[in-house]
Design a protein around this ligand. Sequence first.
Ligand code: OSB
Ligand code: MG
Length: 373
Amino acid sequence: MRIERIELYHINMPLVAPFQTSRWIETERAVPLVAVYSEGLVGWGECVASNGPWYSYETDETAWLILSRYLIPMVLGQDITDPSQPSRLTARVRGHNMAKAGLEMAIWDLLAQAQGVSLSHLLGGERDRVDVGVSVGIQPSLAATLATIRGYLDAGYRRIKIKIKPGWDVEVVRAIRREFGDIRLQVDANSAYRLEDAVPAFQAMDDQGLLLIEQPLGEDDILDHAKLQPQLRTPLCLDESIHSLDHARWALETGACRVINIKAGRVGGLWVSRNIHDLCQAQGVPVWCGGMLETGIGRAANVALASLPNFRLPGDISASDRYYHEDLIDPPFQLNPDSTLTVPAGPGLGVRPVPTRLEKVTLRRAEFSHREP
Ligand code: OSB
Ligand code: MG
């Protein structure tokens, strides 16, 4: 399929509640959406960069720039026939994985639609529902944390992840265990610890039956995680540290983690995500699908990705109403009673933005066309 035209939409959507991690707070999601046109079809992609360089160095504005100036010109006019092509065409750009992944998602949506199959099918997915949980930000108090968790458990979520930081960790976990007993529970530090603080902090949590401890140390670290993991029974899970298939291999070879969180945006797209999935599967290492507070567009891609067989832990892929009063898609994603989301079965992503809703949240739009040489 020849890529004829691409549109970028810079959107901004308020979150239902502020989302606080160990290092930053998000109150709204400003992201570029990508629409790719070919042969009368349109494919959609969401770039998951945050509004500031807190989770990674990318932001909505760096992604907009890199997409407009470098990535889009690399794919415009190209004849795309296989799903590895977008990552190969943009490989010359260093980093900026979220910008690459947003564009790649739109092209994969297009390819799947052209073949008349779902994105899940194109990826090799095997499930029609995926297990999901909810990621609970740092709350103003312990009472607020317990109340928030109770609300999500009542809504049907059967896996809870809490954000932690030094001083907001083992006591919170113990309090959650006292209140809710044996629920499926995990923690995410977003890189807030140093090795010397992490050893005592996580040894103190090691008897709490956590599913995993996500990204305790540096966002660019593998070595110190490899020193920490052998001192704990609880599996470490890397998020921020894994930017590519090589990073995944290095983490597994050094024993830096026993689980990997896959976010297509962080690793540069669905093609790389599937390769990481396959590597982990071959080594018996479970993966799960992380989230970046996506709209329904990015959420549909996450759900499709999580339908692959080695996604063996619940994803951070909650229902639309956990994030937004009104999602871009209609119907929104809803939680099934068994704490799953249903994988869209329609062609491609199986969802698309409602035009009037997209218009309401669009800050600016840009259009790129292929000119015949
Ligand atoms: O570290 O997993 C993370 C959200 C934004 C940036 C980083 C992270 C998160 C989440 C929320 O934990 C996951 C979600 O529900 O989308
Ligand atoms: Mg994380």
